[in-house]
Design a protein around this ligand. Structure first.
Ligand SMILES: Nc1ncnc2c1ncn2[C@@H]1O[C@H](COP(=O)(O)OP(=O)(O)OP(=O)(O)O)[C@@H](O)[C@H]1O
Ligand SMILES: Nc1ccn([C@@H]2O[C@H](COP(=O)(O)O)[C@@H](O)[C@H]2O)c(=O)n1
Length: 220
């Protein structure tokens, strides 16, 4: 079958074919796309915990920040604009970020996604829902004291242009002003699962694991 014939009309992500049914000669079946947004302040441990969830529960981890950094490195025409926004801790226009997420979802071949660091503001949220028509199952929110996040970011040592005290303070401000309202929006819909992220990594994961237990039987 042509690849395009396997595309969902909604997010343009691939329909996941149930291999057993294909082997049995039945028609391919489509699995519902599952999206979990992962939010929390800079350095709250989103990426660290997502890596554990991927290993245990078979999700694909898509970090909006990583996709934007890859776009800079690809030499894209938007590269300079994205680089400048990241240096200033500002939020890149949703049009750019949603396109990158949509492409990554499509290319993954999976149907279960942890979307990390997104939506960062109301514009991100509305654009994603409008373009993909996908509503998140829930929002995993990592709640961590600012002093702890600052300590973690200053010792992260990954050479990120935004892990310096000046940009970190700007990122905290943007988080409070633009991202917290998005968390509140989802909280008003009963969709937020809040985690105490100030604890050591393994203890945080104990709490995360509990939230993901309904997906246990679903590991690939
Ligand atoms: N629970 C924890 N306790 C101590 N250090 C942690 C914890 N979780 C993550 N870290 C460390 O803190 C740093 C930031 O973690 P991570 O990159 O996962 O955060 P993040 O929320 O994804 O950050 P950003 O939004 O800036 O990308 C990393 O060096 C990581 O190893
Ligand atoms: N939805 C997003 C996510 C990120 N950015 C920009 O990238 C920076 C780094 O993000 P991390 O999640 O990796 O910390 C962030 O400060 C923004 O400048 C964005 O614009 N939109």
């Amino acid at each position: 079958m042509e690849r395009d014939a396997l595309m969902s009309p909604v997010i343009d992500a691939p329909i996941v074919v149930d291999s057993e049914k294909v082997e049995n000669g039945n028609s391919p079946s489509e699995k519902k796309v599952i999206v979990i947004f992962v939010l929390g302040g800079p350095g709250s441990g989103k990426g660290t915990q997502c890596a554990h969830v991927v290993q245990h529960f078979g999700f694909t981890h898509l970090s909006a920040g990583d996709l934007l950094r890859a776009e800079i490195n690809s030499g894209s025409e938007n590269g300079t604009m994205i680089q400048n926004m990241i240096k200033e801790g500002k939020i890149v226009p949703s049009e750019v970020t949603v396109k990158l997420l949509q492409r990554a979802m499509k290319e993954s071949g999976n149907y279960k996604f942890l979307i990390d660091g997104f939506p960062r503001n109301e514009e991100n949220r509305a654009a994603f829902e409008q373009v993909t028509k996908v509503v998140p199952e829930f929002v995993l929110f990592f709640d961590c004291p600012e002093e702890e996040m600052e300590r973690r970011l200053l010792s992260r040592n990954q050479g990120r242009v935004d892990d310096n005290i000046e940009t970190i303070r700007k990122r905290f401000k943007v988080f409070a002003e633009s991202s917290v309202p998005v968390v509140e929006y989802y909280a008003s819909k009963g969709k937020v699962r809040k985690i105490d992220a100030g604890k050591p990594i393994d203890l945080v994961f104990e709490d995360v694991k509990e939230i993901f237990s309904p997906f246990d039987a679903d590991v690939n």
